[in-house]
Ligand binder design. Structure first.
Ligand SMILES: Cc1cc2nc3c(=O)[nH]c(=O)nc-3n(C[C@H](O)[C@H](O)[C@H](O)COP(=O)(O)OP(=O)(O)OC[C@H]3O[C@@H](n4cnc5c(N)ncnc54)[C@H](O)[C@@H]3O)c2cc1C
Length: 404
């Protein structure tokens, strides 16, 4: 099998390549070559460039600041950006664009779309995700954050936890219980809340890497306007599941490109450390190679369905389960290749807590150790591996439900 794109698609790919060649410096080697303030400055400027070109949310309608591009064109942009080692947006865009923006396009009122989508793209609003609570993670429908209507305002009381970027965001999309007497899934609403108010307190949590990227968020008589409900009062579960589909499924076609670059870098590390002829290391590298190829083909399958208008749903669990389990395997191998040095890492740390380190990153021990530590979280956030297996079994394959 030799899957390929149509001639029209390849012509569009050339346009994207020309855009990248025009906007990136001639000696560009991937964003992983930048660190500290240089990295921050580049990402800020790059995001502006993408916004001006309509590439920040290429699939969104033009009236909301997108470029109205087809699904295929969006995929070609994402592929070429991944190959060039440049991000498709800023650090908050995973919450603002990928999760909330896409969900608002499906469920939001015209007023909500007009109010929020352009502000997400301009960077005026930054968002975080308030789903999990101390007693509601995998069992999300057990959530207890209370929202009560008082005149034209919701009053919120309760707690969220593991809120990534909560300390950086000024808005939170949150799931709250709006009808305590209804069956669990039916009494939940999806609310948009401004965090800049006395009723919201954010407390950072320290991670295994020593950094603090997620938080506890406490609501004490916090307020939001009556109209800040997405998808209707007590209909939040359906909205929440739409958003999870975007959170889990979107990157299936581009992640294999990043994972291939990461694996190539690990092979170089094995050679540098004199371990490329070690039969066990070779076997483990071969296992990683096989899995990257499987992800590549699964990505094409997801892509084909996407091009036929299928939005990611429960089947997004297949990619999420596979890449996150794979990523533990390859990063454990990197630690074994580094040996004792993994205990006292040095060099540039990964800039992002998610998935592979950036393209062009130096083969430093901190790059691998940081990625190894972050990979532990990959099989937990956006739904644990056990939960993904349940979803695949029950909702994709139609197997009997697990006993309650
Ligand atoms: C780095 C990171 C970032 C995160 N960011 C956010 C965020 O921004 N916003 C947000 O709302 N949440 C966030 N989360 C929270 C994440 O969604 C939850 O951690 C996740 O849903 C698991 O819930 P839990 O931690 O309560 O574990 P639990 O649900 O208590 O699970 C504990 C263990 O039991 C297993 N288990 C649970 N139920 C079943 C079952 N039915 N069958 C088999 N096994 C089961 C789980 O797989 C797990 O191994 C983040 C988590 C991490 C690690």
């Amino acid at each position: 099998m030799r899957p390929k794109y149509t001639a029209e698609a390849e012509a569009y790919r050339e346009k994207v390549q020309a855009f990248l060649a025009e906007k990136l410096p001639p000696d560009w080697g991937g964003i992983g070559q930048l660190d500290g303030q240089d990295l921050t400055d580049f990402v800020t400027e790059w995001r502006k460039t993408l916004h001006e070109a309509g590439y920040l949310a290429p699939g969104w309608p033009v009236e909301y600041g997108g470029a109205g591009l087809s699904a295929l064109e969006q995929v070609l942009i994402a592929e070429e950006f991944a190959k060039a080692g440049v991000p498709t947006g800023g650090p908050n865009d995973v919450f603002g664009i990928q999760m909330l923006g896409n969900t608002l396009l499906q469920w939001g009122t015209d007023e909500q779309k007009r109010q929020y989508l352009p502000r997400i793209l301009s960077g005026a609003d930054t968002w975080c995700q308030g789903y999990s609570e101390p007693n509601a993670g995998s069992d999300l429908s057990n959530l207890g954050l209370k929202a009560q209507l008082d005149g034209d305002q919701w009053i919120l009381n309760g707690q969220k936890i593991w809120t990534s970027a909560g300390h950086l965001a000024d808005h939170i999309f949150t799931l709250a219980r709006t009808d305590p007497d209804a069956p669990r899934h039916k009494g939940i609403s999806f609310l948009l809340v401004d965090m800049r108010q006395p009723g919201i307190e954010v407390r950072p949590i320290k991670m295994i890497s020593g950094e603090s990227e997620f938080n506890e968020v406490f609501y004490t008589d916090a307020v939001t306007a009556k109209g800040e409900v997405v998808g209707g009062v007590n209909n939040g579960w359906a909205v929440a599941m739409t958003l999870l589909g975007f959170e889990r499924g979107e990157a299936a076609a581009t992640l294999p490109i990043r994972f291939q670059a990461e694996l190539d870098r690990l092979v170089i590390l094995a050679k540098e450390r004199g371990l490329a002829d070690d039969p066990t290391i070779r076997q483990r590298l071969a296992s990683c190679h096989t899995k990257v190829q499987i992800m590549r083909f699964n990505g094409m399958r997801v892509l084909t369905r996407f091009l036929h208008g299928h939005h990611p749903g429960p089947d997004g669990a297949i990619s999420k389960l596979y890449w996150s389990e794979y990523h533990k395997e390859i990063t454990e191998l990197s630690i074994d290749i580094l040996g004792a040095e993994a205990m006292v890492p040095n060099g540039r740390r990964p800039s992002s807590a998610f998935q592979a380190d950036d393209a062009g990153a130096p083969n430093s021990s901190w790059s691998w150790v940081g990625t190894f530590l972050n990979a532990r979280a990959g099989t937990i956030y956006a739904g644990s591996s056990q939960v993904q297996r349940n979803i695949i079994g029950e909702m994709v394959l139609g197997l009997p439900k697990e006993p309650k």
